[in-house]
Design a binder for this molecule. Structure first.
Ligand SMILES: Cc1cc2nc3c(=O)[nH]c(=O)nc-3n(C[C@H](O)[C@H](O)[C@H](O)COP(=O)(O)O)c2cc1C
Length: 161
C-alpha cells in the first residue's frame, strides 16, 4: 500500500506536517509531492492520497484547487485524506475556511478531514506578514505540541489499524 501526500507550502509548515505524518507510520510507504514542483503527478499507483495546503487570508491554495478539479474522479476512487494548515482558533471562521478549501464531492468521500494548527517560523515572515498572522491567530497560539496532536488525530482517523 502506497500513500501520496500532495501539498503546497509557502513557508515550509505544510511540508513539516507531511513529514511528521510520514514519520508516524514507518510501516507505510509515503511519497511527498509538492505541487509547485510537480504539477501533474501520476497517482495511479497509490491506494491512498492525502492532500494538504496552508490557508492565507482565508483563501485556499489555487494550486491545490486546480489539482482537485483536474483529479476529482481519480481522487474519489482512492482512500482520501484532506487537511488544511492554519492558525485560526476553533469556531465559525475556521469552519468557513474548511468549507471553502475542498469541494463537497471530495469532503464527502474523505476518510479524514482535519484543520491542523500549524506552528510556523515567525522569523521567516516580514513585518506585514507577522501583523496579518497575529490578526488571524488572535489568542490561538499554535505550537509544536498542538500541531502534533492534530496530526496524530488525523492519522488515527486515516489509518485506524
Ligand atoms: C500573511 C499570513 C496570512 C495568514 N492567513 C491565515 C488565515 O487566513 N487563516 C489561517 O488559518 N491561517 C492563516 N495564516 C497562517 C498560515 O496558514 C500557517 O502559518 C500555515 O501553517 C503556513 O503554512 P506554510 O508554511 O506551509 O505556507 C496566515 C499566515 C500568514 C503569514
Amino acid at each position: 500500500m502506497r500513500t501520496a501526500i500532495v501539498f503546497t507550502t509557502k513557508h515550509g509548515a505544510t511540508r513539516r506536517v507531511a513529514e511528521e505524518m510520514k514519520a508516524l507510520r514507518p510501516d507505510i510507504k509515503f511519497d511527498l509531492i509538492n505541487l509547485r514542483e510537480e504539477k501533474n503527478p501520476d497517482l495511479d499507483h497509490y491506494s491512498t492520497v492525502i492532500i494538504g495546503m496552508p490557508v492565507y487570508q482565508g483563501l485556499p491554495s489555487l494550486d491545490v484547487e486546480h489539482f482537485c478539479m483536474d483529479y476529482v474522479s481519480l481522487l474519489r476512487s482512492k482512500k482520501l485524506g484532506l487537511f488544511v494548515c492554519g492558525v485560526l482558533p476553533a469556531g465559525e471562521d475556521r469552519n468557513r475556511e474548511m468549507d471553502l478549501a475542498y469541494s463537497i464531492p471530495l469532503v464527502s468521500h474523505a476518510a479524514a478531514y482535519e484543520f491542523i494548527n500549524s506552528s510556523y517560523d515567525v522569523g521567516k515572515l516580514n513585518f506585514i506578514e507577522r501583523f496579518m498572522l497575529a490578526r488571524r491567530a488572535g489568542r490561538n497560539t499554535p505550537n509544536r505540541e498542538s500541531c502534533s496532536k492534530d496530526i496524530q488525530n488525523f492519522m488515527k482517523r486515516m489509518f485506524p489499524y
